[in-house]
Design a protein around this ligand. Structure first.
Ligand code: T4K
Length: 370
């Protein structure tokens, strides 16, 4: 391919440990015959994650969506929950599976997280919680959201799927709100193939979630709470233990690549790098916002040019959750202009440690010359 890549370049590549490391863990699993139901690997991963994330109340799940569904259930929420339409569908789906009505709040055009200044207008007697999303690891206006929740006695849940290990204003990001969900999907900085967790501030909630994720059964096998099968299995846990060892090195590489993206695209009229990459943050995505009027080319034109060069970025997040027919049936909100605009302008570019600096330069040049 003349100006493009011979092999496809995707938005990400999962962090994979050496196969021998996984094999030696598989041997242990084979010996015990325990494949799931919170065995040795699960216990070890839970302990390692508690250390890494500096938390006590962590509950592991088989994926982030089920974790969020269970987390919301454990808070006994009712009625309406204020959330953002600029997110992956899973955020909204977790509400719907709980019979909760999502009420969409517009976003701040710079951080692309929920605009905390617009939350109060959406609160009514049916509102029980705020579900913020630290989208692309841009942290929500946690102080203002905290104030609002105290004033109206609302719970706060954060979808922190993109924020694994992030520290914000000197504290681990899970310390904000009542609970946070982290995703360990293959496309995330830290992965267990599929997986996720809830970190709660309340040990009682964690105790409840431990029951809930295993059919709601207590130690005598009696159903004592809401139940679902949300267990992370031993293979996922084994993968997680080995991947966790690689996370710090992966982050260093991503920080280096982000510097190149920033150096080449950062000062271009009409292109804004939306994400931040540094040691205290997750370095999950490298997202740019393209302003067609100033750059001369639309996000979709850039997307097409990259695709024809064998590069496959992602339009995270397009379409907006509020714009899919499914949600529009019940949950329309017309005041979402910044979310609408972001959804039409964002592009998540290839960003993973295995990407070479030369390839990042080449990707930037395709964007600049399209
Ligand atoms: N909340 C938020 C804000 C989220 O972003 C997500 C998930 C959730 C909640 C739910 O968490 P989980 O239940 O997933 O734990 C991907 C992920 O599947 C999804 O986890 C993620 N957000 C979302 C933003 O991105 P797609 O549809 O873009 O995935 P896919 O399969 O197209 O993967 C993207 C690229 O990554 C591929 O083109 C190639 C590469 N890839 C992917 C996989 C799965 C690989 O190289 N290897 C792989 O195994 O959704």
């Amino acid at each position: 391919m003349k100006n493009g890549f011979e092999n496809p370049i995707y938005v990400t590549k999962p962090l994979l440990p050496e196969l021998e490391k996984i094999n030696s863990r598989l041997e242990k699993i084979w010996k015990t015959g325990m494949l799931t139901n919170m065995g040795e690997q699960h216990r070890e991963l839970e302990e390692k994650l508690s250390q890494y994330l500096a938390c006590e109340n962590i509950t592991l799940f088989n994926n982030g969506t089920i974790a969020l569904m269970a987390g919301l259930k454990a808070l006994d929420l009712k009625g309406e929950v204020i959330t953002t339409p600029f997110t992956f569908p899973a955020t909204v789906q977790a509400l719907e599976w709980n019979g909760l009505k999502p009420v969409f709040c517009d976003i701040d055009p710079v951080s692309m997280t929920m605009d905390a200044g617009k939350i109060e207008d959406l609160i009514n007697e049916n509102t029980s919680a705020i579900l913020g999303v630290h989208v692309f690891d841009n942290i929500c206006d946690v102080r203002k959201i905290d104030e609002i929740s105290k004033k109206y006695n609302l719970k706060i849940v954060y979808d922190a799927a993109h924020s694994f290990g992030s520290i914000y204003e000197g504290v681990p990001v899970w310390e904000f709100g009542d609970m946070s969900m982290f995703s360990f999907h293959a496309t995330k900085l830290f992965n267990t193939i599929e997986g996720g967790c809830i970190i709660s501030k309340d040990a009682g909630i964690t105790e409840r979630l431990e029951l809930m994720k295993s059919f709601g059964r207590d130690k005598d096998g009696k159903v004592a709470d809401w139940g679902i099968n949300g267990k992370l299995n031993e293979f996922q846990a084994a993968m997680g233990i080995e991947v966790l060892k690689l996370v710090a090195g992966e982050k260093e590489k991503r920080i280096g690549l982000a510097k190149i993206y920033n150096a080449i695209l950062g000062d271009i009229e009409g292109i804004r790098v939306v994400t931040e990459a540094c040691r205290s943050r997750s370095c999950q995505y490298l997202v740019v916002e393209i302003d067609e009027e100033k750059f001369g080319k639309s996000r979709d034109m850039v997307f097409e040019a990259l695709n024809s060069s064998n590069v496959f970025p992602r339009k995270y997040f397009h379409p907006l959750c509020s714009d899919t027919d499914w949600y529009r049936m019940d949950y329309s909100n017309k005041e979402l202009k910044h979310a609408q605009s972001a959804s039409e302008r964002v592009l998540a570019l290839p960003f993973y440690g295995g990407l070479s600096e030369e390839n990042v330069e080449k990707i930037c040049n395709i964007i600049l010359n399209c």
